[in-house]
Design a protein around this ligand. Structure first.
Ligand SMILES: [Fe+2]
Ligand SMILES: [Fe+2]
Length: 346
């Protein structure tokens, strides 16, 4: 479950992550540090000094932006009575003082949310959760912070669960209906890559490897202006040149991040390379292009073709597959052939 954690101290973010463990996915929001992350599900947790008027005002604004989240937990250490009263005045649904209490309360909320979601929501929780993880990664880059591998792993695991439960076709429909632009693209590429890996019988570990590579493949786009990324219609040559920097930008962003393996870095940097040497940024030839990259490139091109945009309808999967088949010499023929099943699921 997502926990939107609102605080006034950066050090409280790793501390709460340590308390909540892997069961809850923390989306942090530092008071006074800019926009609120997207959020429409999960729980909201506030841990800040409520004796400061400026903090109270900042919290009020964040609560307005996240008003669709019903559960609002406030952490008040030692139950300081003036802060407890302020928490309820701000709309707290519960005030807690100890980590153990917080975990128990969140577990209760999670059970209640799951029961409420059954049959009511038309968006799978995995779609919402994975989109939140993408939002967290892109926001980190734009704010000059480093990317956490845990975000990419979480997004990947949610997409694997979503596809395992509903199938690739339903996943793609859900993503197209609820997300736009770069997030839609990243969610679709990862879904298609995972669907491909499952279809060709990859091990769980290899499904995750390809999923993580897909999750991170376009992270360099976080440094490309939205006016170019979301431009309706085709790009002019100077805009194309800017876009072509995104694989190298992504590599630079990730190369010093702990836990990112060389094969993931290679996939991020080289997912626009072609076997015949006509790709970018390094004009690699076939022997220099790994299997992981070959699988990712096919998934990326296909997902880009079937994206739905406000200014053009989504291309049917069969038509997109025909385009892949016509890219002879650029993509590995045997893999394109193996991709046929996946293409026909869309
Ligand atoms: Fe890309
Ligand atoms: Fe891409």
């Amino acid at each position: 479950m997502l926990v939107h954690f609102v605080t006034d101290e950066p050090a409280k973010i790793p501390a709460i992550r340590a308390v909540l463990g892997s069961r809850f996915y923390v989306v942090p929001q530092l008071l006074g540090a800019g926009d609120t992350e997207i959020g429409s599900s999960g729980a909201l947790m506030v841990d800040a000094d409520l004796r400061q008027i400026v903090r109270v005002e900042q919290i009020r604004i964040v609560l307005q932006e996240l008003s669709s989240i019903t559960e609002k937990l406030f952490v008040v250490r030692n139950n300081v009575s003036s802060m407890v009263a302020q928490a309820y005045a701000l709309g707290a649904t519960a005030v807690l003082s100890r980590p153990k209490e917080i975990v128990v309360k969140l577990q209760q909320i999670e059970v209640a949310n799951k029961a409420a979601q059954t049959g009511l929501s038309d968006t799978a929780p995995e779609t919402i959760n994975s989109a939140a993880a993408f939002a967290s990664m892109f926001a980190a880059v734009r704010n000059g912070q480093s990317i956490r591998l845990a975000d990419a792993e979480y997004a990947t695991s949610q997409i694997i669960n979503g596809i395992a439960q509903a199938g690739l076709t339903a996943w793609i429909d859900d993503v197209r209906r609820h997300h736009e632009g770069t997030f839609q693209h990243c969610l679709l590429v990862t879904g298609v890559a995972i669907g491909f890996a499952i279809d060709i019988g990859f091990s769980e570990l290899d499904i995750k490897r390809l999923g993580i590579a897909a999750t991170l493949h376009d992270i360099g786009k976080a440094h490309i202006p939205l006016s170019i990324l979301d431009k309706p219609g085709s790009l002019d040559p100077s805009e194309q040149e800017i876009i072509r920097h995104h694989p190298a930008l992504g590599y630079e962003l990730l190369k010093d991040s702990p836990g990112i393996s060389p094969e993931i870095l290679d996939a991020v940097k080289h997912h626009h390379e072609y076997l015949d040497g006509t790709g970018y940024p390094d004009s690699l030839m076939a022997p220099e292009i790994s299997d992981l990259v070959r699988l990712l490139t096919i998934s990326d091109i296909f997902a880009a073709l079937i994206e739905s945009r406000s200014y053009r309808p989504a291309m049917p999967g069969q038509n997109a597959y025909k385009i892949l088949c016509d890219m002879d010499g650029k993509l590995e023929r045997s893999l394109v052939r193996a991709f046929r099943n996946v293409a026909h699921m869309t």
